[in-house]
Design a protein around this ligand. Structure first.
Ligand code: ARG
Length: 454
């Protein structure tokens, strides 16, 4: 009786197989498009290799690409499945190509290993995710800047140690948080740059005795360069995901601080901001409750993403050089980290867009002490040395009077303070960020379109 061979002629114990395959059949669904794209570039390159007997002809490479495009279509319609027997997306795609194209399907893996294959899939997937992440975090920055512009000069007590400190404004508060989000553009660009190198052609991590044109595949896939060293290319897997996770962890820490401010300033005791009712959740026992659960969960998600980032680095630090199966577990970590971060960005944008300001409560919070530094500085303007002025005010705090918060806000005019904010500065930073993300988008989707007509 003829038995049907699986691609790797599997003799592995079913329990061991299930354990080693892990979540790949589910997680790898997110890699189907990118696996097909990587394979399209690889076969296109194989067909251009100068050999006495070509591995595949140009016509055959075209036939493979057409079939890969069908697989992507089927996947988008939910009709492509990865079976446990396949182990992962790579073997599922090869199985289907072989079922449909016969011997031609069996040739596509020539000169390639699943190690460089998955590494390139992950990089393409990350490139796609960073485009979405970039859009989303620029959206949040924009929502904060717009909120700031709308309530620019509304006085807000500036705090240090959470204690009332000095006159500030809603504009400074909102664009300050926008500034924190925008600073992460540096990390986003760094993550993109690190990711923008092609490992394909490194095979199992040691190359192959075939004249692979690694620069061609890198170019076809839209990468700006190859990872030159084959062994380095195999070790770069995981490092790259850890870099993305560290971006996510830092960004989540920024978002968590924003969430914490919103929780505080919207609680009844402060009452500066008001969350829309429909963004708050109630209690099963206390009818009066409108809780900011959504913001509390931002805090907890920040902790989770930090954990994922730590998990990735922990997984890497003890591994010897070359491919090790540990790397497979990095996949779920970075996918989860990106997914949490992206959802959180979208949710926070919505929250900021729905936020209302109670300007009266903001003004009412200005206790006399908030003006203490301004009073001392007025003494300086009259010729008193700063330290003397400071002591004169500190020794007689009971003499401080309430002042006009709006005047105090208008009096600070230097760069970046209450009356010295440049909204153009933020709009141009957001615009620059959008230009970068658009360039990445054109490159990646342009390459996808050329290879698979998608
Ligand atoms: N699913 C595997 C992973 O993500 C693919 C690579 C398998 N390579 C190997 N040498 N076993 O790592």
């Amino acid at each position: 009786m003829k038995t049907k061979k699986t691609i790797t002629d599997n003799t592995v114990d079913p329990d061991i197989l299930a354990y080693t395959v892990g979540d790949d059949p589910v997680l790898d669904r997110d890699l189907v498009v990118w696996d097909c794209m990587g394979t399209a570039a690889h076969v296109t390159m194989l067909a251009r290799m100068r050999l006495k007997t070509p591995v595949v002809t140009k016509a055959e490479a075209k036939a493979v690409c057409t079939e890969l495009a069908h697989i992507v279509d089927e996947h988008r319609k939910g009709k492509f499945s990865i079976k446990v027997e396949d182990q992962d997306v790579h073997m599922a795609v090869e199985r289907v190509l072989t079922e449909r194209l016969g011997d031609l399907g069996k040739k596509i893996h020539t000169g390639r290993s699943r190690n460089d294959q998955v590494a390139v899939d992950v990089r393409l997937h990350i490139a796609d995710e960073l485009i979405g992440l970039g859009d989303e975090f620029l959206d949040l920055a924009e929502a904060l800047v717009e909120f700031g512009a709308e309530h620019d000069r509304v006085p807000l007590v500036g705090r240090t140690h959470l204690q009332p400190a000095m006159p500030s404004s809603v504009g400074v508060w909102a664009t300050g948080h926008a500034e924190m989000v925008l600073a992460q553009c540096h990390n986003l660009k760094a993550a993109h740059d690190m990711n923008d190198a092609c490992p394909l052609g490194s095979a199992a991590g040691y190359g192959v005795p075939l004249p692979l044109d690694r620069r061609l595949t890198a170019k076809l896939l839209g990468f700006s360069r190859t990872i030159h060293n084959v062994f380095g290319a195999s070790m770069a897997r995981g490092e790259n995901e850890a870099c993305v996770l560290s971006l996510c962890a830092q960004l989540m820490a920024v978002l968590s601080r924003l969430a914490e401010d919103l929780i505080l300033f919207s609680m009844p005791e402060f009452g500066y901001f008001k969350l829309p009712r429909e963004y708050c959740t109630g209690s099963s026992i206390m009818p009066q409750k409108f809780n900011p659960d959504v913001l509390e969960l931002v805090r907890s998600k920040a902790a989770q993403v930090l954990g994922l980032s730590t998990a990735a680095l922990s997984l890497l630090h003890a591994m010897p050089g070359g491919y090790n199966r540990d790397l497979q577990d990095c996949k779920g970590l970075y996918m989860k980290g990106l997914s949490i971060t992206r959802t959180t960005l979208r949710i926070l944008t919505k929250v900021v867009e729905g936020l209302a300001v109670d300007a009266d409560r903001c003004r009412a919070a200005f206790t006399p002490g908030v003006f203490a530094t301004d009073v001392a500085l007025r003494k300086v303007a009259e010729g008193t040395p700063w330290r003397d002025a400071y002591h004169q005010v500190r020794d007689h705090l009971e003499l401080l009077n309430g002042e006009d918060p709006d005047q105090a806000v208008a009096a600070k005019k230097h760069e970046g303070t209450t009356a010295g904010l440049s909204y153009n500065h933020y709009y141009s930073a957001i615009g620059d960020g959008r230009l970068d993300v658009d360039t990445w988008r054109k490159t990646l989707y342009g390459s996808l379109e050329k290879l698979l007509g998608q």
